[in-house]
Design a binder for this molecule. Structure first.
Ligand code: SAH
Ligand code: SF4
Length: 390
């Protein structure tokens, strides 16, 4: 895959060479950066432009079979197919909601499962991708938060969700107009900023103009508030940002979004203020889940306005989506309306997120898979004491 010798960890699930451990000896080209792809071609004695050609076949045309790469000689296509593959996650189930929302349950090469959701709207189509199997955080209103963290997704597994959705919606070659998937949001399972490197590599591929070609204004990272990584993302990725705010006081936010104990509101909002290139056209979205009697009073709305003063922002009110065992209730529609009005009257944009795909449990915060974490010693095939099994 690269010129560095493989390390043992590379073969573990999610490691660089996990496919090898699954009995698949070919390197997956999906998810490699352009530089890595060039290196792979150079190792075969090929020139740099070969990597450009292959990049185009993979990310512009959506091809998964080397035989289809007609501008490459037949003998070379055969050699490529011997050493490489172009992977996709396996689709376990594909569901279609009565409102047009689609949800796919995907199986990764090590058997772990994640979900991806497509939400068509009149003027756009949003693909919601996962960044981790489970989540290390435990926000009290979120279903994913009840699923312990299993592992981070690789760049291939993140960009693979976009590729799979393009396959499913028949969107190859990359269209310039009339595309169904116009936006990609990291709002599926997991905290994207706790998987920074893979997310950044996937974002690079998603926005590559010669491939999937999403502008950075159409890619949004949603975070519970990992302050140092928000600053880093602002300097490096420069995509749109959505902050899961949900509370305007530290004591309540500590309870709803426990990561607030590490990075409280003042620090979080300071990082938002400093996020580069904010303007009226480039605002930070603040997500605010409406929990009946918990965070939905008029006073909360006014405090929210005070906190966000000076930050180009828009507020997304999300009626709470219940899940089995959840301890909250959804605010009444009139309450959500009133809360939104207070914000709009102050001249700040507030949208109310219509719940989508609730009938197939595809709405915000309802995603969860059955994957559980397998202890390291089991994965490595050792006994608990650390000895390799015969
Ligand atoms: N981990 C990231 C991204 C995934 S969650 C984050 O927390 O931002 C996507 C959005 O759905 C977040 O704003 C999250 O707080 C919200 N959410 C979680 N559970 C929800 C629920 N049950 N009802 C409504 N929104 C929920
Ligand atoms: Fe994790 Fe986001 Fe759910 Fe919190 S809201 S538990 S950070 S997925």
């Amino acid at each position: 895959m690269t010129d560095s010798a493989p390390k043992f960890d590379d073969f573990l699930p999610g490691g660089r060479l996990a496919a090898v451990a699954d009995g698949e000896s070919r390197t997956d080209l999906l998810g490699l950066t352009r530089t890595e792809l060039v290196r792979e071609m150079e190792a075969l004695g090929e020139k740099r432009f070969r990597a450009d050609q292959i990049f185009n076949w993979i990310y512009f045309r959506g091809v998964t079979d080397f035989a289809a790469m007609t501008d490459i000689s037949k003998p070379l296509r055969a050699r490529l197919a011997e050493s490489f593959r172009i992977g996709r996650p396996d689709i376990v189930t594909a569901q279609l909601s009565e409102d047009g929302t689609r949800k796919w349950l995907l199986r990764l090469s090590d058997g772990n499962e994640v979900e991806t959701v497509f939400i068509p709207e009149e003027d756009r189509g949003t693909l919601c991708v996962s960044s981790q199997v489970g989540c290390t955080l435990t926000c009290s209103f979120c279903h994913t938060g009840t699923q312990p963290w299993v592992r981070n997704l690789s760049a291939a597994e993140i960009v693979g969700q976009v590729m799979m959705a393009r396959d499913e919606l028949g969107e190859w070659p990359t269209p310039s107009d009339d595309r169904q998937i116009t936006n990609v949001v990291f709002m599926g399972m997991g905290e994207p900023l706790f998987n920074y490197d893979a997310v950044a590599a996937a974002v690079d591929l998603i926005k590559d103009e010669k491939g999937l070609n999403f502008s950075r204004r159409r890619i949004t990272l949603s975070t519970s508030g990992i302050v140092p990584e928000i600053r880093r993302a602002g300097a490096e990725m420069r995509v749109m940002l959505a902050i899961s705010l949900h509370a305007v006081r530290d004591d309540l936010r500590d309870d709803l979004v426990p990561v607030n104990r590490r990075w409280p509101l003042a620090e979080l909002l300071a990082a938002c203020r400093d996020y580069p290139s904010l303007s009226n056209a480039r605002r930070i979205t603040f997500e605010y889940v409406m929990l009946k009697g918990v965070n939905d009073s008029d006073a909360d709305a006014r405090e929210l306005l005070r906190l966000l003063e000076g930050i180009p922002s828009k507020i997304n009110l999300i009626p709470f989506n219940p899940w089995p065992g959840s301890r909250y209730e959804t605010s009444a529609p009139e309450r959500v309306q009133r809360f939104g009005e207070i914000i709009r009257n102050a001249g700040i944009m507030a949208t109310i997120r219509t719940p989508r795909g609730r009938d197939i449990a595809a709405a915000c915060g309802q995603l969860k898979s059955e994957s559980v974490r397998i202890p390291g010693w089991k994965r490595r095939g050792e006994s608990k004491e650390g000895h390799a099994r015969a």
